[in-house]
Design a protein around this ligand. Sequence first.
Ligand code: MN
Length: 328
Amino acid sequence: MSNFESTLEIDCTGRGGADAPVLELLEPRSVLLGPRQEVRRVLPHKLRRMIGAWCFVDHYGPATIGGQPGMRVAPHPHTGLQTVSWLLEEEVHHRDSLGSDTMVVPGELNLMTAGAGIAHSEDSPPDHSATLHGLQLWVALPESIRHSASRDFTQYQDLPSIQRDGLRATVLIGELEGATSAATAYTPIVGAELAVEGDVVLTLRPDFEHGVLLIDGSASVEGQELAASEIAFVGSDRDRLHLSTQGPARLLLLGGEPFDEPIVMWWNFIGRTHEEIVEYREQWNAGRDRFGAAPGTRPTDGVAAAGPERLLAPPMPAMRLKSRGRQR
Ligand code: MN
């Protein structure tokens, strides 16, 4: 997924006060990715930039796309982050500058590590089904890995799960209650889809901060009722978390060690300074090697909204991009 909020400066770091249990409601905002592509963006949020290293959360759909193009995201770059694609319905055609050319389908974790630079495209296939629904998440890479040639795209099909009364949890990345995903993370994080019915108590790592997003259904987290796409941020220093639903509900648990490095997030790039972002932008728009060859030509399926071959980065904002520490 591509970030089109190019005019916003986003110093995407955590903030103080998360070293204890809290209960904050993070409401999403609507963002248009194209003429017919609307997402609800919950992170970064004015109240809470990050949850662990998780720094970007888009929830899209369920949207009826029968007879329409569906998802159309032309080749675009990323730096300094991992993308986590988690589909709930339909499928998406993923291509990237590593040569990956594959379908992203529900129930499989699709993890792309940008390292110093990568490019990818995401499109609904021409014969796509009627409903598009999913989550697009970014994880900030730490300093020790972000410059490296760690570019990678891996699909994880056999994710561990936890099943007990009222709960079926699928662990995307990290570890939850002894179930450990094979997905590669570069800072201690956890991500898990939770199918909950009734009252459930989860066991958490108290050194992590956590948030829970409601995907669908009706649910509360530690008594905080959630609407779809909202996150209850619960801070850290908790070893138990109480979830309660009316009927079946799906939620997404995100957590991790508070990410202490100040980072700058602009368009589809994560860096540390204004100058780095300027360099990434110039290199991408000039077609330089950092990102590898952009994935192949877009499907010529007669869809007028197919868009440009490559998404070019917009002009930099007039102000300097700043990075700030967690304590704002
Ligand atoms: Mn993307």
